[in-house]
Every structure is written in C-alpha cells, then in structure tokens.
Design a protein around this ligand. Sequence first.
Ligand code: AP5
Length: 210
Amino acid sequence: MKANIVLLGPPGSGKGTQGEMLSEELGYAKLSTGDMLREAVRNKTPLGLEAKAYMDGGGLVPNDLIIGLMKEKIASLAPGTGAIFDGFPRTVEQADSLGEQIDVDLALNLDVADGEIVKRLTFRRSCSKCNAVYHLEYNPPKRDGLCDKCGSALYQRDDDMEETVRNRLKVYREKTLPLIEYYESKGRLVTIEGVGDIAGIFAKVKKAVE
Ligand code: AP5
C-alpha cells in the first residue's frame, strides 16, 4: 500500500517539481489542482471561465468549486496506488473534505523564504502540454523555449508577475498556513528545507516518503 501525500508550502516552493519527480520515480498518481484549473481555463470550460479571475489576481478559487472537482478525482483513484496532492488542500475546509474521503499519511511542507520565491516565479517557464516546469537560471530547458520532455513551447504563467506573486504569498499566509498546524496536530507533518539543489531536496523528500 502506497501512502497518500499532501504537498504543502508557499507558491514556488517546489511542490510541482518535487511532486513530478516522486510521481515519475516512485509511480504515484499526482493530482495538481493548479494544473487542472489551468487546463480548464485553456479549454474555456464553465469551471475555467469562473476560476480565471481568481487565479489571475492571485486569490483562491472558491472552496465549493475545488471540493466538487477533487471529490470526483479522488473517487476515481485506484485503492492503494498512493496519491500526491499538489496544491490541494489549501484551506481547512478543503483539508476536512479530503480527510472524509481518504487518510492522509504524510503532509510534506517545503519551507522557502519569500525573497527566493519571487526570484523563482518571475523566472519560471511552464509547459502547457505536459505541465513540466523550468527555471531560466536554476533549471533551464536544454533547448531555449522548448520542453525537454515533450518538445512543446514553454510559456510564462499569467500569475507569475511580481505583484501577483506577492498577493499569492499574502493569500497563502492567510488561508493555507493554518494547514501546517492542522497536519502537525494529526502527527502527519514533515517539514523540509526547500532551498538548494533540486536533487538534494528530492533525496530528503524521498527519505520522508519511504
Ligand atoms: P498552483 O498552480 O497550485 O500554484 P502554487 O501553489 O502557487 O504553486 P506553484 O505552481 O506556483 O509553485 P510550486 O510550489 O509548484 O513550485 P514549482 O515546482 O513550480 O495554483 C495556481 C492558482 O490556482 C492559485 O493561485 C489559485 O488561484 C488556484 N488554485 C489552485 N489550487 C487551488 C485550491 N486547492 N484552492 C483554491 N484555489 C486553487 O517551482 C517554482 C519555480 O522554482 C520553477 O521555476 C522551478 O524550476 C524552480 N525551482 C523548484 N525547486 C527549486 C530549487 N530547489 N531551487 C531553485 N529553483 C527551484
């Protein structure tokens, strides 16, 4: 039986990067609400049309929309496969809803200071096809502007502008930070310093998971 893992940490702390590595190397299913929402925005679905304004401003999409979306996805997971939740839960209400459906075995909190985050996000580039993430300086693609994994064009996310990043950090502190205490009180929290070499952080993440 594989564990169910929640990735916590501020925007840009490396949840997507580490979650992808865990999923590829250890075979976990990865559910990223950010990726799902961006796809919905691209496809102009009713969810995407409603979510876009919240995302562009750096705010959270309302709980009822997110909980509705995730309930179905969680219900479709094969039992015992192990899942990584990236960007969900982000509020206590979402965490309660997740806990009603599955047991969370581990909440991995990636700890990164604000100054580093602004630098990371303003130089991030993302792949719209496979959701891989790069950094122009710390983790550049092999070919300029193209994804190493699928060859598609990379783009800069609308919410990675400095002012929006600062608002996302504010929203994180108000709405999501309480989840650290939430999972700590359940004895599920492990905090990992999220600064330094990506592979070095992954080694610590893997140790916490195994
Ligand atoms: P979402 O996509 O979840 O964004 P986020 O949580 O703000 O996280 P990010 O994707 O920005 O960062 P990350 O931690 O994954 O870091 P990454 O690995 O990319 O959500 C976007 C929006 O959708 C939200 O603002 C909200 O509106 C909405 N939303 C989503 N979920 C929701 C929910 N549950 N409820 C309500 N609303 C929701 O790394 C960042 C950069 O740093 C990359 O360039 C990477 O290459 C680089 N990097 C990674 N690790 C390192 C390292 N160790 N050293 C140097 N650079 C590194």
